[in-house]
Design a binder for this molecule. Sequence first.
Ligand code: DC
Length: 201
Amino acid sequence: MIIAIDGPAGAGKSTVAKALANRLGFHYLDSGAMYRGVALRSLKAAQRNAAELASELRIELVGPLVLIDGRDVTAEIRAPEVSERASQIAADPAVRAALVPLQRQLVASGDWVAEGRDIGTVVAPHAELKVFLTASAQARAHRRGDESPASIAARDERDTTRADSPLREAPDAQVIDTTDLTIDEVVVRIAALAASLETAR
Ligand code: DC
C-alpha cells in the first residue's frame, strides 16, 4: 500500500509521515529530502546546472538519515538557505524529471508512507490513500520557528504557482486541517483511514 501525504511547509507532513510509517511498519519516503539534496549540491557548486546535479544525485534515505555520496547531510539540508534553494530548483522541470523516477522506483514495491508536494498527483497517482495536510498560515509559521513567515509565504507561492507539478491536492485526497490537532491525532486519523481500506480489500 502507498499512503501519499502532500501539503505546504509546516502543515506537519514530515512529523506525521514518520510517525505513521513507524506505527504501521511501512517504509518512509521524504521526497523533499531529494530536492534539498540537489539544492545543497547546487549551493556548493553554483556554476553547475541543477538538472545535471539532480541526474547525478547519489542519495540514500536510511531511516531518518539522508546520505549524499555516502555522507550524512541530514542536518545540513534543513538550513534555511537550502530550503529556499530547494524551492527554486524544484520549479525546474528537468530537475523534477530526474527525481520523480527515483521516487517512483522506491515506492514500486512494499508498503510506503511517501510525503511531498506531488506524491498523490504525479509520483503515485495510483496510491491507495491520499492525504492533503493543511494548517493556518499562523500555525505553519509557528511550527517552522527558524523560518520567517515571509519566507514560508514565498516558498508556498513558488510551490503552488510553478507550471510543473504545482502543490495541489489530488481530487481524491482526504484533506485534513491540522491547525488544532496534535501530531498523534492526525496519525490516528490517517491510520484509521488506512485500516478501513485494508478491511475493504
Ligand atoms: O518538504 P520540504 O520542505 O522538505 O521540501 C523542500 C522543497 O522541495 C519545497 O519547497 C518544495 C520542494 N518539493 C517538491 O517540489 N516536490 C516534492 N515532492 C517535495 C518537495
